[in-house]
Structure formats: C-alpha cells, structure tokens
Write a protein that binds this ligand. Structure first.
Ligand code: 2AM
Ligand code: CA
Length: 289
C-alpha cells in the first residue's frame, strides 16, 4: 500500500450490541432535546405521513456511528428510502442478502413526536444474512432501553423481559395502529379492530409499532397487530418478543422474516385466537385475488 494513502480509522473490538445501544441512546437523547423545536415539517405519501429534520438528523447520526465501527456493513434506514410501500419493499429486497444489515428507524412514532405525545422510540436492528441477531428499542421519554440478542434473551434496565401470561382474549390488552393507506390497509385494520375489540379487555393505539412490540416483550401488552408496516418498524421489536418467550408471525401465521408487513405479535398463548379472529373477519391485509 502507498504509505501516503489515508486509511480510515476503524474502531475495533466493540460488540454489535454495544454499538446498537450507543446509537439508540445517543440519537434518542438528541431527539428528546429537540422536541418542540421542529422547524420543517414535511409530508411523505400523504398529509398524515410526516417527516422532520430531526428524523433525518438522527438517522445521519446513527449511520455515521455504525460505519465508524463497521465500515463494510449495509444500512437500511427509513429516511434513506423513498416513501411508499413499493420503494420500501424494493429497498429491502436489494439489501436483505447483505451479510450484515442494520435496519434503522430514527423516530418510530414521528406524529407523536411532532405533537409532544411522549410515545415514540428509536429502533435499531442488526440482521445477519436476513436473520435478526440484535434488536434495540429506546424510549427517550421514559429513558427505557429494550435490548435483545439472538439466543441470549431480552432485557430492560438490565432485567430480563418476559411476555405476559394471559391465555384468553377476554383477559388480554392489545394494541394496534391506524395505517396511512386509507384505501386498503386502514379499512382492513378497522375490520380487525371491530372483530377483536369486543373479545378483549381493550385495545390501545399508541402510535409507535416498535414501542408496542417492546411492551409485548415486557408483558405490558398481551399482543399487538398492525397492517402495512415496514422492516424498520418491526425488526428490533420482533427479536425482543421472541427472546422474551412470545411469538411473531404475519397475519396468516407464517413465521416472521424481514419482509413481513402485516404483523401479529403476542405472548404466544393468545396467538392462535388473534389469528383466527382476523381470519374470520377477513382482516388479514392480504388481498384475496
Ligand atoms: P413512523 O412514525 O416511523 O412513520 C403507527 O401506526 C406506526 O405506523 C408507527 O410505527 C409509524 O412509524 C408507522 N407508519 C407511519 N406512517 C407509515 C406509512 N406510511 N407506512 C407504514 N407505516 C407507517
Ligand atoms: Ca420513522
């Protein structure tokens, strides 16, 4: 090698999980410090689909940090992909075979963030050949950091997380979301809500998929379902739930993988009941043709 050629400095011997935690904590603190200061509110696919300069700044911060430690890893971040379902699916298709792929949502729950409703999160996952091996969800409002490592369990505040024990829908507290796509996903999700609500204790719609999934992992929710999500909303939360003893599939019961957009995530015990109810209500979000 030419002696004068500049070789970028790479910090070695830092674990993937440590980097994920560092990124989530740093970005989360910065996001929180900027709450109420959003200057440029832009819309993506519709007037409801919001993005701010804070989303973009946080993603940049996370990208830089990841690449400082792992310059040859790939990164799929919400703000690096064109808006809309098709672009998301294409970006994932192109990236999912990468040996190491970081999947980043700098703010999951941007609408809440913009309104000062304290239920939003930073979601960071690392997939190895398509399988999620690290998942971190950070809630800056409560300073709660949820961490999962494949095969090693999941933790919040250093304590292991465990899904809840409810075994029937009538004892269950569920959460869902209200999709942006008003032509198909929204009416489908509303049909699911209509069918599930009378059977359960109640349903919450907090507005952050990743945080809802972290709550399922921690036993604060019995289950969660939503249609039309993206890989960055779900990847970290899925590992948290699996490592806490719960179950994550698509709405037709197929095992979770990075391409799953219609998600059912539960404590395991109520999983079949949720799937059956959605199926009976024809509310799985899969077109019949
Ligand atoms: P976001 O805040 O990162 O956009 C709430 O129902 C969930 O849906 C949130 O996790 C939110 O993530 C996500 N969401 C918001 N807009 C979306 C869109 N256009 N397509 C898919 N998911 C969306
Ligand atoms: Ca986001």
């Amino acid at each position: 090698m030419n002696k004068k050629e500049k070789v970028p400095y790479v910090v070695t011997s830092k674990s993937y999980t440590a980097v994920a935690i560092n990124c989530a904590a740093k970005a989360g603190e910065w996001i929180k410090s900027r709450i109420g200061t959003v200057k440029q509110l832009s819309t993506k696919t519709s007037a409801q689909d919001l993005v701010t300069e804070v989303d973009k700044g946080a993603e940049q911060m996370i990208r830089k940090l990841i690449l400082t430690h792992f310059p040859d890893h790939a990164i799929l971040g919400e703000e690096g992909v064109e808006p809309g379902a098709e672009a998301s699916m294409k970006a994932l298709e192109a990236a999912k075979e990468e040996p190491y792929l970081w999947i980043v949502d700098p703010i999951d729950g941007t609408t809440n963030y913009v309104h000062g409703f304290p239920f939003y999160s930073v979601s960071i996952a690392l997939a190895h050949k398509g399988e999620v091996i690290v998942g971190v969800v950070y809630d800056p409002s409560r300073d709660e950091l949820f961490i999962a490592e494949k095969g090693k369990g999941a933790y919040v505040h250093g304590n292991p997380t465990l899904v809840s024990k409810e075994s029937s829908l009538s004892q269950s507290l569920l959460a869902t979301g209200f999709p942006m796509d008003t032509s198909f996903n929204l009416p489908q999700n509303m049909a699911g809500l209509q069918a599930l609500l009378p059977k359960v204790r109640n349903v919450r719609g907090g507005g952050s998929a990743a945080l809802h999934m972290a709550y399922v992992a921690a036993g604060r929710l019995s289950g969660y379902w939503e249609l039309g999500l993206n890989a960055w909303d779900v990847a970290a939360g899925a590992l948290l739930i699996q490592e806490s003893g719960g179950k994550v599939t698509d709405t037709e019961g197929r095992p979770y993988d990075l391409a799953v957009r219609n998600v059912v995530a539960t404590n395991g015990a109520i999983h079949e009941s949720v799937l059956d109810t959605l199926s009976e209500a024809e509310a799985t979000g899969f077109r019949k043709d």
